[in-house]
Design a protein around this ligand. Structure first.
Ligand code: PNS
Length: 159
């Protein structure tokens, strides 16, 4: 039984995240979507709202749970939850250069392995930051985010 963790801020979850999480759920027995507090970034959506959007979107997928990551290390979160694998999507060489040192450090910290999934070509240009900017300027993001996310943008516009 292999339990994997898909970590992130998910501020908000977008279709690129969903695609990677769905692929992780087909590769591993259980997947925990770990939603970070990430105090260094000022989130557009609160932690509970980010978790609700993920739960509403992902509950139909097999073996997926959504949990808060808390304030601590991701490697410790994985250990305390019995997860031996972290799954990350890679969109670009920039992602690679950012992620590989963290993967090496997480492995040294607790032995947790990181598995990278190459982002599907439909999603390599997606980022939560870009989508928030487009939405705040009145652009249409409906092709890029799940329904549970879109409805929160339209009921809470302009921020
Ligand atoms: O969606 P994001 O903002 O790119 O997610 C980043 C996240 C939450 C995965 C990353 O910031 C993280 O791993 N935070 C936990 C803190 C930690 O373990 N830091 C040391 C990494 S070696």
């Amino acid at each position: 039984m292999i339990r994997a963790v898909c970590p992130g801020s998910f501020d908000p979850l977008h279709n690129g995240h969903v695609e990677v999480i769905a692929r992780a759920s087909s590769l591993f027995d259980e997947v925990i979507v770990a939603v970070s507090t990430n105090r260094s970034k000022k989130p557009r959506f609160g932690l509970e709202e980010r978790m609700d959007m993920a739960r509403e979107t992902l509950t139909l997928l097999r073996g997926i749970t959504v949990e808060p990551m808390g304030e601590g290390l991701l490697a410790e979160f994985c250990r305390s939850h019995g997860a031996g694998v972290i799954v990350k999507g890679l969109r670009s060489a920039t992602d690679y250069n950012y992620e590989v040192p963290m993967a090496a450090m997480n492995r040294q910290l607790t032995g947790v392995e990181t598995v990278f999934l190459a982002a599907d070509s439909h999603y390599t240009h997606l980022s939560s930051t870009l989508l928030k900017e487009i939405a705040s300027l009145g652009g249409d993001i409906s092709d890029y985010v799940p329904r549970a996310v879109l409805k929160r943008f339209t009921s809470n516009d302009g921020e």
